[in-house]
Design a protein around this ligand. Sequence first.
Ligand code: G6P
Length: 487
Amino acid sequence: MSPPLIVASNRGPLTFERAKGGALQARRGSGGLVTALSSALIEAEGVWVAAAMSKGDREMVAASKGGRIDHAEGDVRYRLRYLDIPPDIYDGYYNRISNGMLWFAHHYLWDTVTSPSFGPDVDEAWEAYVDVNRRFATALAEEGEALGGDTAFLIQDYHLSLVPRMLRELVPDALIAHFSHTSIAGPTYFRMLPARIHDQVLWGLMGADVLGFHSPAWAENFLLSARQFPGARVDLARSRIVTEGREVMVRIHPISVDGRAMREEAATPRVRSLRHALNRWRDNNRLILRVDRLELTKNVVRGFQAYELFLRRNPSWIGRVRFLALLSPSRMELPEYREYTEACLAEARRVNDELGRDGWMPIELRLKDDYIGAIAAYGLYDVLFVNPVIDGMNLVAMEGPLLNRRRGVLVLSRNAGAYGRLGRYALSVNPFDVDEMADALEEAITMPVDERTRRSRGLSRLVLANPPARWVGGQLEDLERAKRRRR
Ligand code: G6P
């Protein structure tokens, strides 16, 4: 029997939108997090606390009692609590601090010659971040009280780094796990944040019983930062921190994707017909595929440059290979993302202008949110190109090999969390080394079939061996252990 469970994340599992007829309809988010946590929550009859992000979400909240939304889809029942946060406060918390500062710090995104440059306006945004974290902690305490018993709280990601501490203050005995889905910066880079923010983030997180990360490298970086925190005793060998007489366990649980659900999706008539259309479009060309949220960390521009270099070095491939880039727009509220989107489009145009021929273009860039299109394309690639500058995990590197039907080769950045598990069956690349990436594309495209078979089988075996339920299960076991140690 699982304990009562409460999940908190900035983005909830369902987004509500007005359909053409006027009714509010729910759309379920994709990705490992929603899959893994939804099934655990449904089993435990738990609650998911999240921010209302869309207009439809806010309308649902307005029509509900205190933001509590019960939503049934077939036999599946979601119990949600959505928090309606005033837009200017949400902007400070989400755009300016979470995505504009913490995300930048953890992914080494600043060009440090000129940025960041923190001025007095940071304080106002930080207050908004504290405010929203407090709203979450309060809602969690209320939901915990309603559920009763030894509720396990599973708090997600950098948006909510103060919640473990705030919740601990409200409910001292609470069983609290926090999971970071991002990479974690090393201590020197992380110290670029204003000291008060840097310290409060660490202090906030250390309010948890268990801190989870996708990869040993991220856990180690966190421990190294915590070691500099006054009053925290860090045991690197045993991966734990002692602070205020309490123990904080630091654990590694790599998330994965739901192989069965994805294969079912790939077999639907809709995906099948999309796949046929794509197959006609690719014609006799080999297909290099990338699928990304259009995100600063994903390294799209260098990826196009590497492909260009490969074509220039191997002109016999001109007219025989196509690069399909499926990019879904993201975080367009931030100027850096708008500029990067323009840079990606411009680079694709340049390569097409310089190398395109009548009836053949080297790059096809499709800019839209198209999960189903990606599922169709996964079936068809010869090379899947995943070259992020740095990435907490990267689920594309798992989804592709699960669904591919052509013994496609994975070219994978050594800086993706997924590299730890999948690296031995991938061609690995340094995401800054355009020359090496061009060589890897050549090696992938000319790889003999038996070697491709060995690698692609190895990849799907590894992905299937780690179902999403294991990710949640591991965290719940950690919390059980934390509970026993308290006694
Ligand atoms: C990626 C990251 C997560 C993060 C999410 C937020 O998936 O891996 O760590 O929570 O982006 O994206 P959003 O669109 O909700 O800002």
